[in-house]
Design a protein around this ligand. Structure first.
Ligand SMILES: Cc1cc2nc3c(=O)[nH]c(=O)nc-3n(C[C@H](O)[C@H](O)[C@H](O)COP(=O)(O)O)c2cc1C
Length: 200
């Protein structure tokens, strides 16, 4: 909750506080944001992802993906991306412009991969690259995984596992309220956050 007459500092702390919560709490609305990428041929594409972690000090938003997805191909073409968070309960929206860094089969991706329990590794084990057309319905999970996911029979997913680290350089916050909407922006400039009010 923010006060009825918040300062820019309070709003900034509120925004990051909510993002951090969204990363940590699977029931928080910000756990399932939209993530948009820019593609040379296709233009803009967006999809729902899981916010795995938000880090205020590092200005980071983190999600995972299969290396073979279109979003990863898009990020290889253009490292810019955009996150959209909405909380229906509080009528608050956060938009974040970011640059991204892809981690694949490196120290950072391995650090995360080992924390994923075998039963949660199904998304990285699809025999068919995600997004490919198929002749019939498939859940794209190997039988061995469905029968009994183990450390051994899920390890092959590691080659498909990508860690996407976003570094935030612009935040736009909007709260709709009967008492008057509140909008502010935060820009990372010259190694510090510049905070401004914006007309809602
Ligand atoms: C609730 C929900 C959570 C999802 N979380 C992720 C995720 O964390 N990472 C991911 O790559 N795809 C996730 N997806 C699937 C994406 O929305 C998308 O369908 C898939 O990644 C392929 O997208 P792309 O072809 O644009 O890369 C999620 C979908 C839903 C419905």
């Amino acid at each position: 909750m923010i006060s009825s007459q918040p300062s820019l500092e309070e709003l900034f702390d509120h925004v990051w506080g909510m993002l951090v919560r969204g990363g940590a709490d699977g029931r928080h609305p910000y756990h399932f944001p939209s993530f948009a990428t820019i593609h040379n041929q296709r233009g803009i594409e967006q999809r729902t992802v899981v916010l795995r972690k938000a880090d205020k000090g590092k200005r980071q938003l983190i999600c995972y993906s299969d290396m073979r997805t279109r979003k990863v191909a898009g990020l290889a073409e253009n490292e810019q991306a955009h996150w959209l968070f909405y909380n229906h309960g509080s009528k608050e929206q956060i938009r974040a412009r970011v640059t991204t860094q892809l981690h694949h089969q490196d120290e950072s991706s391995n650090e995360k991969w080992v924390t994923i329990p075998p039963k949660n590794r199904g998304d990285y084990l699809g025999p068919v690259p995600p997004g490919n057309l198929t002749d019939e319905h498939t859940d794209n999970r190997p039988v061995s995984f469905k029968q009994n996911p183990t450390e051994e029979n899920t390890q092959s997913g590691y080659k498909n596992f990508a860690l996407i680290v976003s570094t935030v350089y612009h935040l736009d916050f909007l709260k709709l309220s009967r008492d008057g909407h509140i909008r502010a922006q935060f820009n990372w400039r010259d190694d510090k956050w510049e905070k401004s009010w914006v007309a809602p």
